[in-house]
Unconditional design. Structure first.
Ligand SMILES: Nc1ncnc2c1ncn2[C@@H]1O[C@H](COP(=O)(O)OP(=O)(O)O)[C@@H](O)[C@H]1O
Ligand SMILES: [Mg+2]
Length: 346
């Protein structure tokens, strides 16, 4: 998956009526608010990119844009290239709806935060997984059922034959999330998008689901976009980490570089705010002053500028470019580039 300059704006109703255009128009509006702004990243086969950012930073909008599942009011621009093993490369934003529908749930699959709302409460879980198979493969119902049970074994659900006959409410939260994962992987996707897959679970179950995802990644050479607001959770599964702030990608690095040498002032602030075993309990934790700007306040410059202790006048003028501060380590900050003084690789 190769994402280049992805932006998503939601046209506000006010802007739509003011300019006298239909609400489904794709005409650009100066009042449309950017939920995601100029996002670029790649995910290779078998690799996990962690996408981290606080609530409202644009993580879910990004994942829905990749799947082309955003509501029609969303204006999406940029490029999303998907070059899987079984065909492609495809430019997803240009693909006809029908081709996109075939790709969704087969080559690219997605799991969501809350399995109880994503599952059908009045259908046996085995039938729901079988339905996902039948949507893409012309096999008999009994074969689909058999493959559904195999899928439940793949996600380590004990006694899968019997459990397949259960309804969602008969399963625990962790088991329901396993069913969701089974449904996502039964068609052997090349890319799995997991949007906060463990946020609704308690910590021990969360750890088991993270282990399961790591196993599946290795077993099926899955590429994965793993989204979480929790840096600690991301650090357990990701190879590379992308940090989002108010719709912009502010830093992208290997997990090791990000934790050992964070470059962007926002990332550094986040890491300082996390307590560790060595934290002095007598002193309050460091926090980042101020609040996150809302998506409606369209700042021309760096979105973190109003809260940034390292800001310089040019930060408020325009969105700084992503520059490579060391090989494979990118940050959207002009100040860090000055202090680090490495050759810029763009
Ligand atoms: N359908 C929509 N219409 C207008 N704004 C939206 C819509 N969906 C999301 N947004 C806005 O986009 C921003 C990012 O949301 P989201 O991607 O859900 O954040 P998160 O990082 O918590 O997943 C938020 O400001 C949200 O209000
Ligand atoms: Mg979200």
């Amino acid at each position: 998956m190769d994402v280049r300059g992805l932006s998503v704006a939601f046209q506000s109703k006010r802007a739509a009526s003011k300019s006298g255009v239909e609400s489904n128009s794709t005409v650009a509006s100066s009042e449309g608010a950017f939920a995601v702004r100029d996002l670029s990243f790649t995910i290779a086969r078998g690799k996990v990119l962690g996408l981290v950012g606080e609530s409202g930073s644009g993580k879910s909008v990004t994942s829905l844009a990749l799947m082309r599942l955003l509501p029609y009011q969303a204006r999406v621009s940029g490029e999303i290239i998907f070059a899987g093993g079984n065909g492609g490369p495809d430019s997803l934003l240009e693909l006809p709806d029908e081709n996109m529908r075939l790709l969704r749930g087969s080559r690219i699959a997605m799991i969501f935060q809350e399995p109880m709302t994503a599952l059908n409460p009045v259908m046996r879980v085995g039938d729901q997984i079988a339905e996902a198979i039948l949507a893409h493969d012309q096999v008999s119902k009994s074969e689909a059922w058999q493959r559904a049970v195999e899928g439940m074994k793949d996600v380590a659900i004990p006694d899968a034959e019997r459990r397949a006959r259960d309804y969602p409410h008969q399963l625990s939260g962790g088991m329901r999330q396993r069913v969701m994962i089974a449904m996502a992987i039964v068609n052997r996707p090349e890319l799995l998008i997991a949007d906060e897959p463990t946020t609704a679970l308690d910590v021990t179950i969360q750890a088991q689901i993270l282990d399961l995802l790591a196993d599946l990644r290795a077993k099926f050479r899955l590429a994965m976009l793993f989204i979480s607001h929790d840096l600690a959770v991301v650090s357990q599964v990701a190879d590379r980490v992308a940090v989002m702030y108010a719709g912009s990608l502010v830093e992208l690095a290997s997990k090791r570089d990000l934790f050992q040498a964070p470059a962007h002032p926002y990332t550094r602030g986040l890491l300082r705010a996390v307590p560790t075993l060595h934290t002095d309990r007598a002193r309050p934790l460091q926090t980042i002053e101020g609040t996150v700007p809302s998506a409606q306040t369209a700042l021309p410059g760096c979105p973190f500028e109003p809260r940034c202790g390292d800001r310089i006048p040019e930060c408020a003028l325009e969105l700084p470019p992503l520059v490579e501060v060391s090989p494979g380590h990118w940050a959207r900050c002009p100040v860090v580039n000055r202090s680090v003084r490495l050759p810029v690789g763009v």
